[in-house]
Ligand binder design. Structure first.
Ligand code: ADP
Length: 273
């Protein structure tokens, strides 16, 4: 089990007037190779939760395990955990810093201690999966690229680390519909090829539902729904209550399909349900 979360609660600024409970009693098991969509409105606790998964934040209560290693154990080397769990933060292109695309993507694998040939293989493979031609772009500056391309370079940088668990925080934020579709298709291919566990954070049901095996819906720091997209979409009353209502979702799903997206049949049939 690559990710296991047990009775996790988290409070920001405890024992101060600003105390804020961001997560409450969360228990989640994620299987090897599973694709999880983590959904919820702004403020529902998504960012807080993913930061627990790579040890950036420590639970107030409860436990988080990566590959059976408890992150709060005294002798855990968090550096090793961070090699297992790669996070692509929101707007990852802001973190590009090297003078060439090659160097930027090679930075992580080089730090893993791989030899130059191994690093090159990783860079080539990662660039292929984000759809950026190796020969044409490896020596270009990432800063010459368009917004969507920069983001793909940044994703390739994390991909090249070949993490066991890849967390993508709103990977389509701020992109136009075409850029969004491209990234979503690449994520799908990436998952097929690398077979890692993926947790994709989104505030948009329609987006994650077309990729994820399982959706986890957060509201006010709690898991309110969990299951295959079809099951989650059928709980219309709950979705309405938390403002992630289904009619809008089916409309958008249909809209995406008309643009050539491969929308899982499950989602379309909910309309009839
Ligand atoms: P999401 O990612 O779903 O938008 P967050 O995890 O960012 O949600 O936030 C969950 C709750 O925790 C919100 O009420 C938010 O205001 C609060 N919060 C987030 N970060 C901090 C922080 N650094 N200090 C205090 N409260 C925070």
């Amino acid at each position: 089990m690559p990710v296991k979360i047990e009775n996790l609660s988290y409070v920001y600024m405890p024992n101060t007037p600003f105390q804020k409970k961001a997560l409450e009693n969360i228990s989640i098991n994620i299987a090897d190779g599973e694709f999880i969509g983590l959904i919820g409105h702004t403020g529902s606790g998504k960012s807080t939760l993913i930061q627990q998964i790579n040890g950036l934040l420590k639970p107030t209560e409860g436990k988080v395990y990566i590959d059976e290693i408890c992150l709060t154990d005294k002798n855990v080397e968090l550096k090793k955990i961070r090699h297992k769990v790669g996070i692509v933060f929101q707007y990852p292109e802001h973190q590009l810093f090297e003078e060439t695309i090659y160097k930027d993507i090679a930075f992580g694998p080089t730090n893993l201690g791989l030899n130059p040939e191994q690093v090159e293989d990783r860079v080539k493979r990662a660039m292929k999966f984000v759809g950026i031609d190796y020969e044409r772009y490896k020596d270009k500056s990432p800063f010459e690229m368009s917004g969507g391309q920069k983001r793909r370079v940044a994703i390739a940088g994390v991909l090249a680390m070949e993490p066991r668990v890849l967390i993508l925080d709103e990977p389509t934020a701020g992109l136009d519909p075409r850029g969004r579709n491209e990234i979503l298709n690449q994520i799908k291919n990436m998952h097929k090829e690398y077979k890692m566990t993926i947790i994709m954070v989104s505030h948009s049901m329609e987006e994650v539902a077309q990729l994820a095996d399982r959706l986890i819906v957060l509201d006010k720091g709690r898991v309110v729904l969990e299951g295959a997209p079809r099951e989650v979409f059928s709980k219309i009353d709950v979705l309405e209550k938390i403002g992630l209502a289904a009619p809008q979702v089916t409309y958008l799903a249909r809209n995406l399909r008309s643009k050539g997206f491969d929308i899982k049949e499950d989602i379309m049939t909910i309309e009839e349900a």
